[in-house]
Design a protein around this ligand. Structure first.
Ligand code: 5GP
Ligand code: MG
Length: 180
């Protein structure tokens, strides 16, 4: 095999495999579809980490739905949160009066979800519900919990299913831990 393509060889262990993720997304999608009031849902997807999760989750929600993406940065290539959330887009979507489903890959310190949902509310959203594929089992520095959580995991650095290390491994179809 071409070593450039052998990303699975860098994985120490699989934490959540593809089939398990798919089953869980079926359940989450049904909950979301039932919970949101009538009218179109606006999904706001945090790039790039939530890309894979959102693509798989949103296709399971059989309701009128629009998608917007936001680029925010809280990590700068390392494995520790920098503590600051930067909005990188020049133009933010018009969310006034909308029922928003805000999606991120993982809830770690909570700062990202807190900062973005506060911002969306300031921008005039009717409601903001939050969903994450993963939530780390730890005390958060920002007061926030997600409304929809795929899986609770331990406090360790994970990759795959959208989550990266130095820009790579987002295309792993499972969530796993890298060899050190
Ligand atoms: P928070 O603001 O909750 O501390 O961090 C959220 C962001 O940090 C996530 O959107 C994600 O980009 C990044 N992050 C936190 N923990 C992990 C992790 O274990 N693996 C990866 N790849 N990114 C993480
Ligand atoms: Mg992220």
């Amino acid at each position: 095999m071409n070593p450039e393509l052998g990303i699975r060889e860098d994985v120490e262990r699989v934490l959540i495999d593809e089939k398990v993720i798919e089953k869980r997304l079926d359940v989450m999608a049904e909950q979301i579809a039932n919970d949101f009031p009538p009218g179109p849902i606006l999904a706001v997807v945090l790039l790039k980490g939530a890309l894979v999760f959102a693509a798989d989750l949103l296709r399971r929600i059989p309701r009128p739905l629009e998608i917007e993406c936001l680029n925010v940065a809280s990590y700068h290539g390392g494995t520790e949160s920098s503590g600051q959330v930067k909005f990188l887009d020049q133009h933010l979507p018009d969310v006034r009066g909308r029922h928003v489903l805000l999606l991120d890959d993982i809830l770690d310190t909570g700062r990202t979800l807190r900062a973005v949902s506060d911002r969306l509310k300031e921008m005039g959203c009717a409601v903001v519900h939050t969903g994450v594929l993963l939530a780390k089992d730890k005390v958060r520095s920002a007061e926030v919990e997600a409304d929809y959580v795929g899986f609770q995991i331990g406090d360790e650095f994970v990759v795959g299913y959208g989550l990266d290390f130095m820009g790579r491994y987002r295309n792993l179809p499972f969530v796993g831990v890298l060899k050190s």
